[in-house]
Ligand binder design. Structure first.
Ligand SMILES: Cc1ncc(COP(=O)(O)O)c(C=O)c1O
Length: 396
């Protein structure tokens, strides 16, 4: 049964030659016993790190009671989590899915249905350049990356793309009477850790209000404490009509969510949308425990503190490379960190792996860090020290 010499896995991932056996906090151990500082946390998923005692205990208990029941029945854990999410977000209602793409697919469906209810039979959604919203047909169409779309034509109709951060381009689309929604990320993760400029989200909110469009904010990567507040849009004091979540919400147990507010609430009626697995008690317990631990351990504030420390620490350690123009920018908010180099740097991933550090490179030349929200001062210093050497050696 344990034969891994033959491999029937579909080769859709370019996997690194390492497998892990266990983890503890921000540390992972591989099959040879080597330890790695995990600065990626499963691409923003392991919000509480690995093997968090409260999550492990809560999941053990839940597995012994119930893992799955159908949405044909009452699921009290869903009500508990929906109430908690409503409390921290100010949103009205929640639908539970299993992934980010699925939550976004739901958001796109909801925007279309909203359009129909407004008499717009060919509703269009304004999306951004460099956006990433997932790999289903509709979400890959919304994604602003030709590589993700290549070969999957015909794509889904009803999307119109504008440059990220360009309010004027959205303003100009007011004359298009088919528009029903604007969909965006506040900080684009896959798109190079780029943030909306201060004030832009408020201006987009105002345009949505003036035109009765829905503002859909994809917080799949930015949400649940990652950027230093519960949700990245809260920094701008703006409430979206639709928000999507996944990744860190379940700390590793798959769970996605679609939240509505204001004019988006009440659009989905009975039978308009559905899921078999979405909202099962195990996923709900994982998310409830994640939210509790983030609150109790002050992890939103920790994300701001440690993210700032990583950016400042790297800026200091790499000051020569910055002066030489080889390191161009330190980006991001909280524990979404981007280091922009002057050249493609994909090979940094294997160099870092050798140095016992898990990182990612996105957009060819942006080193991306997404450590767990529990990372402490000492671990942050270690991350900075290891990464600075890896980057210096690469740029030398
Ligand atoms: C902003 C954003 N939206 C959606 C997705 C898709 O999520 P999933 O991979 O869970 O389908 C991702 C994944 O990276 C993401 O970063």
């Amino acid at each position: 049964m344990s034969d891994t010499q033959t491999n029937h896995l579909m080769p859709v991932f370019n996997r690194l030659p390492v497998a892990f056996t266990h983890g503890e906090g921000v540390w992972l151990t591989d099959t040879n016993g080597k330890q790695y500082l995990d600065a990626l946390s499963g691409i923003a998923v392991n919000a509480l790190g690995h093997n968090h005692p409260r999550l492990v205990a809560a999941l053990h208990e839940q597995v012994g009671k119930l893992i799955h029941v159908s949405n044909l029945y009452q699921v009290p854990e869903q009500i508990e989590l929906a109430n908690q999410l409503a409390k921290i977000s100010g949103m009205d209602e929640v639908f539970f899915a299993n992934s980010g793409a699925e939550a976004n697919e739901g958001a796109i469906k909801l925007a279309r249905l909203y359009g129909h209810q407004q008499g717009k039979a060919n509703g269009k959604i304004i999306v951004m350049s460099e956006a990433f919203h997932g790999r289903t047909l509709a979400t890959l169409t919304a994604t602003g990356n030709a590589k993700v779309q290549k070969g999957f034509d015909p794509l889904v109709t009803g999307f119109v793309r504008v440059p990220f951060n360009d309010v004027g381009a959205i303003h100009a689309l007011q004359s298009d009477l088919d528009v029903v929604a604007v969909m965006l990320e506040v900080v684009q993760g896959e798109g190079g850790v780029s943030s909306l400029s201060p004030g832009v989200l408020g201006q987009i909110r105002a345009l949505c209000d003036a035109n009765q469009w829905l503002l859909i904010i994809d917080e799949v990567q930015t949400g649940v404490g990652r950027t230093g507040q519960w949700f990245a849009h809260q920094i701008e004091n703006v409430t979206p009509d639709v928000m999507t979540l996944a990744k860190g919400l379940g700390s590793g147990v798959p769970v996605g969510a679609l939240l509505t507010w204001g004019r988006a609430t009440g659009v989905f009626h009975v039978g308009a949308h559905g899921t078999t697995f979405g909202g099962n008690p195990l996923a709900m317990r994982a998310a409830l425990t994640t939210l509790e631990v983030i609150e109790d351990e002050g992890l939103c504030a920790n994300a701001t503190k440690q993210g700032d420390a990583i950016r400042a620490g790297l800026a200091q350690a790499l000051s020569k490379e910055v002066a030489a123009g080889k390191v161009k920018e330190f980006r991001g908010k909280g524990l979404m960190v981007g280091i922009v180099l002057d050249r493609p740097c994909g090979e940094l991933v294997t160099r870092a792996l050798d140095a016992g550090l898990l990182i990612n490179v996105t957009h060819d030349s942006v080193v991306r860090l997404l450590p767990s929200l529990i990372i402490n001062d000492e671990e942050t210093a270690e991350l900075v020290a290891r990464l600075a050497v890896v980057i210096q050696e690469f740029l030398a």
